[in-house]
Design a protein around this ligand. Structure first.
Ligand code: PMP
Length: 361
């Protein structure tokens, strides 16, 4: 069996150690004689595993006690709507920072539930830089401020947590959560789809300051209400048991590696290696993002002649480098360098790129 170097933007590469462990205990999990997918979420084995996963996540991110951690479903996309449903009252407005494709989606999906104020936007510049903090038109009365800490498609990332004063800060961290240590206490709510740095798709992590659970929000079914999920340990209905289990294995893998400080060093080194390969190619490859805003997780790049795109994709795949095709919104290529992507994979990619440039100069 041979595994490819996988640069998929998501669902993305999972750590081989996690997959091997899942394989080894697939048919007989935890001495139960059945797989984890075949058991009640109300059983004591599952409840213990779920609690351990939450405890491990709390350790990794040093989540303060006054925050609830939820393991829910519906993708990050459902959160775009669920956040305003829960956090705003009739007539409230919320501030949004438009830094790329996903923040624009968050804005359009929130619009039926809250008066959206786009406090800053980088759209005019083609989302090649972050909107400078000093230009943000924030409303001190806003119900919250929403931003996307890493734009998976455009490849821009906030390297600092923006200061927004007393208004709760809400972040879509789908594509950079767990990539480095994080000061959770700076946020009102953090959410992330699992399929990049956490586990398989179908699971969403929500970390929410408990006082925000008291907000009445809009009239809604219980399934949408964070307070209900928190009160029921994310078992208001049947959770994604398989996703939760794999997330738990990923958290253990991260802890065994030494935690998020160690992971941050790996991630920085990987990104530097790839950006150097691009910047050092004498214009053969190009990344359009302002250097200070470049993402460590998603690196879009173009070839000097886009007539070579198809050949690049064909040859890279033949060389065992998977999923380098860029998103159609920006074209070209994209390499995603999430936690489970090794330095070895990045070096293989950079080596291939150098070789390709020589052969197709
Ligand atoms: N936000 C970001 C930053 C994303 O990268 C994605 C998906 N790639 C989403 C939201 C949407 O996630 P989902 O498909 O899980 O709804």
């Amino acid at each position: 069996m041979s595994r490819v170097w996988n640069f998929s933007a998501g669902p993305a590469a999972l750590p081989p150690a996690v997959l091997e462990r899942a394989r080894d205990e697939l048919l007989d999990w935890n001495g139960s004689g059945a797989s984890v997918m075949e058991q009640s979420h109300r059983g004591k084995r599952f409840i213990a595993m779920a609690a351990q996963a939450e405890a491990d996540l709390r350790t990794l991110l040093a989540v303060p006690d006054d925050y609830a951690v939820l393991f829910v479903q519906g993708g990050a996309t459902q959160q775009f709507a669920q956040i305003p449903m829960n956090l705003v009252a009739e007539g409230d407005s919320a501030d949004y920072i438009d830094s790329g494709h996903w923040s624009a989606k968050a804005i359009s999906e929130a619009a039926p539930y809250v008066k959206v104020n786009v406090a800053a936007s980088a759209r005019d510049g083609g989302y090649r830089r972050l909107p400078p903090r000093e230009g943000w038109q924030l409303d001190p009365q806003a119900a919250y401020v929403h931003y996307t800490s890493n734009e998976t498609i455009h490849g821009v990332e906030f390297h600092d947590i923006p200061d927004v004063g007393a208004v709760p800060l809400v972040a879509d961290m789908s594509s950079n959560i767990l990539s480095e240590p994080l000061d959770v206490s700076r946020f009102g709510l953090i959410y992330a789809g699992a399929q990049k740095n956490i586990g398989p798709s179908g699971l969403v992590l929500v970390i929410v300051r408990r006082d925000l659970l008291q907000r009445p929000g809009r009239p809604m079914a219980r399934i949408f209400r964070y307070a209900e999920h928190a009160a029921n340990n994310s078992m208001l209905n049947t959770p994604n048991t398989w996703g939760w289990y794999l997330a738990g294995l990923t958290f253990q893998w991260l802890l065994a590696l030494g935690g998020l400080g160690v992971m941050a060093q790996h991630n920085r080194a990987k990104a530097e290696w790839l950006y150097q390969a691009i910047d050092g190619s004498a214009g053969y490859y190009h990344n359009p993002i302002e250097p200070g805003a470049r993402s460590r997780m998603n690196v879009p790049f173009t070839l000097h002649d886009n007539a070579l795109d198809a050949v690049f994709l064909q040859e890279s795949e033949a060389a065992g480098l998977l999923a380098l095709k860029g998103h159609k919104a920006v074209g070209g290529m994209r390499a995603s360098l999430y936690n489970a992507v090794s330095m070895e994979a990045v070096q293989a990619l950079a080596g291939f790129m150098r070789d390709f440039a020589q052969r197709h100069g």
